[in-house]
Design a protein around this ligand. Sequence first.
Ligand SMILES: C[S@@+](CC[C@H](N)C(=O)[O-])C[C@H]1O[C@@H](n2cnc3c(N)ncnc32)[C@H](O)[C@@H]1O
Length: 275
Amino acid sequence: MLINGENRPGTAQIGGLQEVEAIMDILKFYDITHREHVICNPTNEEKLTRLVELLRLPPRAQVVDIACGKGEFLIRLAEAYDVRGTGVDLSPFHLADAAKRLQARAPRAAIALQAMNGADFKPAAPHSLELASCIGASWIFGGHDQTLEALNGMVRPGGWVIAGEPYWRQEPTAEYLAACGCAREDFGSHATNAEAGERRGMVLVHTFVSSRDDWDRYEGLQWYAAAAYARAHPDDPDVPELAERMAKAKAAYLRWGREALGWAIYLFRTRARGE
Ligand SMILES: C[S@@+](CC[C@H](N)C(=O)[O-])C[C@H]1O[C@@H](n2cnc3c(N)ncnc32)[C@H](O)[C@@H]1O
């Protein structure tokens, strides 16, 4: 996973031109390294299928997926339940991909894809949605706790809050923290990620925890995609930087990240009135 500040698209503020250019640069890197992914997080297809099955949404439920990426989760919700709603992302590359895939698989779905900072999304009214999710981009709200707080505020009593978040499987070494550019405090444990929702009165009903195999797929596809891009675009002046960043990320994953970092999707139900 691209976890350091430099690689987190959402950490940059959209302000002056320079900052926009910096964001485009990061978004280009992310686009190139995720060309082979449909699910842009370490969850596998089977777990995503099971997550969608368990939601049992009423037809035409209103949903939002913040940082929807290529829209796979949202498209599956549209296919299974004919949901209405919004996918929000900052990447024009991912949104273009999402729009193409939505058109091919659920052309009549009432889903709007919006290019915007997820932190600025507000539903028509607080506590009005059936489901709000943010899978793999909690920096948008300033961390896992704040993400749950924000999503909880969007969802009606008895609705779904879904967050995908890394966690420490073991204490990270100083070397790993330096290599990935993150701090020990950036992530909690699997238990504290779960407790963060329960502290807000939500009920944790399931977790989808990624295996090493799932992680290897997620990371390996990035190496593959970056190498394929470099071969196909030898004249792109960004290729040396792409190769250098990828080499560092690969070494950090193989040396430490594979043991130290976990990933799960946390499925919370908000309490129905009177519950
Ligand atoms: C790890 S990917 C996850 C994508 C998708 N949720 C999935 O699981 O396939 C992170 C996504 O967050 C998006 N993103 C980053 N910062 C954002 C922001 N401030 N607002 C909206 N989207 C953002 C990126 O463009 C990228 O698509």
